[in-house]
Ligand binder design. Sequence first.
Ligand code: ATP
Length: 365
Amino acid sequence: MAEIRVENLHKAFGEFVAVRDSNFTVADGEFFVMLGPSGCGKTTTLRMIAGLELPTSGRILLGGDDVTFNRAAARDIAFVFQLFALYPHMNVRKNIGFPLKCQGMPASEIRTRVEETARFLRIDHLLNQPVSRLAGGDRQRVALGRAIVRRPMAFLMDEPLGTLDTEFRDLMVRELRELHLRINATTVYVTHDQLEAMAMADKIAVMNRGVIEQFATPQEIYDQPATMFVADFIGSPPMNFLPFRSGLRAGAVSVRVNGADITVPKLVEDLAETELALGVRPEHIRFDDHSRLRGTVFGAEYLGTTQIVTVTTEHGPVKARLPADVPARPGETVGLALRPERLSIFDRGSGRALRTALHEGRRHG
Ligand code: ATP
C-alpha cells in the first residue's frame, strides 16, 4: 500500500521557515496536488517526501513505514522532474528503458518491461523509432512511459507541465489524469496553476507561506474555502469580498452589510463585533432591481455564452458572471442579488471562514 503520511513536518532554512507544521495523508491511489503561489513551500515539501531534503522536524511515512531519514534511492518513489526532456539521440525503446538501465537491471528484463509499458501506452509500434521523428502526443507518451516503467509505489511531480503552451498543457492534463485512472498510483503533484489542480486532483492542499490553508477535494475548496486566501487564489475571477463590521449570533440567517440585509447560510457560531467580509463567487450574483445592494456598471468582458460584468459599489468593485444576453451598459445603476445558500463569511482579522450551514450541509452529504 502506498499511502503517504506527513506528520508535523517542519523545515527551516536558518531563521526562515519554508514549511510550517504540515499534516496530511495521501490515500493509496490518490492524485494529490499541492497548490500555491511561488515560494509557499510546495517544492520543499515534495523534496522532503522524495528524500532530497531532510526535515527540521516531523515524520514521513510511506506505506506505513517511517522513511523520514531514508535516502532518496531507498524510497520506492519516482520523482518526475521534467516530463518532456527526452534524450533526442536515443530511440523510443532506449528512452523508456533508461531509468531501468540506470538501476542496473539486466537487459532482458528491461526489454520485457519496456515492451509492457509501451503496449500499455499504445506506443509499442513506435519502439524502434527515433524520438525526434515523433508527433507531439507520442513524445508525451514516451515521456510518461519513462516515468512509469519503474512501477514505483508513488510518483512525485514538480510542475511537470510548467513550460508547455496552453493547448499542449490541456492535452497533457487529460493524459495524466487518464493515466492515473488506469494505473492508480499514489501521486503528489506540485503546481501553482489552479486549473491543473482543479482538473486533476482528488485532493488539494492549498499552501501559503509554508502553511497548508486547506486540504480538501477540489469541490470543497471551491465551494467552501476555509480562508480568504484560498477563496482569492481559486476561481477566475476569484471570490468577491464585501467588507462589513458586525457581531454575529449562532442561528442568525442574515447579515447587515451597509444597510442591506443579506440572507446567508445559518450561522453556527457566535462572534463578538469585528471586521468581517461577505464572500460571493461571481456566478452567484445576478442583477435584481429590488436589491438594496446597488452599484454602477463599470464594464463587461464578453466570453461567448457568459460575460464578466464589473460593478462599482461602495464596497469596491464586484465581478458578476452573467449570461451574455443580460444588458450591462457602462454607467447604468443596478441592484445585485446574491445567492444566499452559497455565501461565505470571513473574519477579516484572521482570514478564517466562519462555520455556517454551508459547511454543515456538505459534511452530512
Ligand atoms: P516555487 O514554485 O517558486 O518553487 P515553492 O512553493 O515550490 O515555489 P519552495 O521552493 O518550497 O517554494 O521554497 C519555499 C521557500 O523556501 C522560498 O522562499 C525559498 O526561497 C526558500 N528556500 C528553498 N530552498 C532553500 C534553501 N536551500 N535555502 C534557503 N532557502 C530556501
